[in-house]
Design a protein around this ligand. Structure first.
Ligand SMILES: *Cc1c(COP(=O)(O)O)cnc(C)c1O
Length: 373
């Protein structure tokens, strides 16, 4: 028998979450963001759940080829554009839309020989200071692109640094409007947090009235993570977990008051208790920094990690289960318990470990078997 650990991707949850974007941004077309192998869920495995998206957005040319290999004929957008001039040949061949965020990419495009002109998303650095042209350089970049025979259509794009938090988007929105208000072209501003929190914010510009138009770029919310946890929960946003990471109890220890558990003896039993040993560790992608107290479900009952996470095993407190949980008991690290239907949001596990759901989902290790259900 293989090790009992398993990741299950819930296609109905992907469909539900995608539909939530339609409800919140009814006038927008939705890019399903599937970078990082669909946030760890697997592009091929998730495709059935996401195929009603208007397009797929990602970074990696290899992933773009995989989307085309699934016979997806619709839009595919390279969110960081091309990395070197010859990538443009693949864009031409596969009909990939690509971001242009710097002068070098403009130069490469100007020198590119193509039969079919490209659709490009011109990126404004509206304040995040990662990728994009500054507001002062943006207009000249647009004019240069607009004059290129290699370009068929230019869309306008920016990315928010604080759509999930207290600083919000107003300063970046003002910069975007100032740089683009009289330029034609479709707009794309919203990530998941902006879809959930700011979709109805008015936007001034040609052919648009709200922030959600014309294209939203939805990532984490598709996969059932709340981008603004703990201010909101996934359930509070009506999002469903798209991944369950489950395993089983493979050992049980009855420890006495004062006994310690695991490497470094970081947990001392306050009284006699049963400790379950489960088949999951940091080599499976579970965060090693998850401390004592990190939530876990055993037979659908919520309990906690005790002691340090090791490479292949985690120790959990079986006290809330009485004597009912022994070897073979079902354990959910995050997602949905098939026993009780209880949910353990990946956001809670991430928060306990000092990180965010994105990182945990993307980090599920290749040795963990993953299936769609
Ligand atoms: C990853 C990414 C997104 C999606 O972000 P979420 O917070 O996961 O919704 C949107 N836009 C760009 C440019 C990205 O890189």
């Amino acid at each position: 028998m293989p090790r009992p650990i398993l990741a299950t991707v819930h296609l109905d949850a992907l469909r539900h979450n995608l539909n939530q974007a339609r409800v919140r941004a009814p006038d927008a077309q939705v890019w399903a963001v599937v970078k990082a192998n669909a946030y760890g869920h697997g592009i091929e495995r998730s495709f059935e759940g996401l195929r009603s998206a208007d397009g797929f957005a990602l970074l990696d040319l290899e992933e773009a080829q995989r989307i085309r290999a699934l016979d997806w004929r619709g839009p595919v957008l390279l969110l960081e554009g091309v990395f070197e001039p010859r990538d443009l040949e693949l864009c031409s061949r596969l009909g990939l839309w690509h971001t242009v965020h710097c002068t070098e990419q403009l130069d490469w495009l100007a020198a590119h020989k193509t039969q079919a002109p490209h659709r490009v998303f011109l990126k404004l650095n509206s304040g995040m200071n990662r990728l994009g042209f500054t507001p002062t350089a943006f207009r000249a970049a647009w004019a240069r692109l607009n004059a290129l025979p290699q370009v068929e259509e230019i869309s306008l794009m920016t990315h928010f640094s604080d759509a999930d938090g207290p600083r919000g988007i107003a300063h970046q929105l003002a910069a975007f409007e100032a740089a683009t208000v009289d330029l034609p072209g479709e707009r794309s501003l919203c990530n998941s947090a902006a879809i959930l929190r700011h979709a109805h914010t008015p936007l001034r510009g040609e052919g648009v009235s709200t922030l959600a138009a014309d294209w939203v770029r939805e990532g984490i919310a598709l996969y059932g993570g709340a981008p603004d946890h703990p201010e909101h929960t996934a359930a509070g946003w009506d999002l469903r977990p798209a991944m369950t990471l489950s395993t089983r109890v493979i050992g049980v220890q009855s420890v006495l008051a004062g006994d310690t558990v695991g490497y470094g003896s970081t947990f001392t039993a306050p009284s006699a208790m049963r400790v379950g040993v489960i088949a999951c560790g940091y080599a499976d992608g579970y965060p090693r920094h998850a401390p004592t107290g990190t939530p876990v479900l055993v037979n659908g009952v919520r309990t906690r990690v005790v002691g340090r996470v090791s490479m292949d095993m985690i120790t959990v407190d079986l006290s809330p289960l009485g004597d009912t949980a022994g070897i073979g008991a079902e354990v959910v690290l995050w997602g949905l318990s098939p026993v009780s239907g209880a949910a353990l949001p990946v956001d809670e596990v991430a928060a306990a470990a000092g990180t965010i759901s994105y990182e945990l989902l993307c980090a599920v290790a290749p040795r963990v078997p993953m299936v769609a259900a």
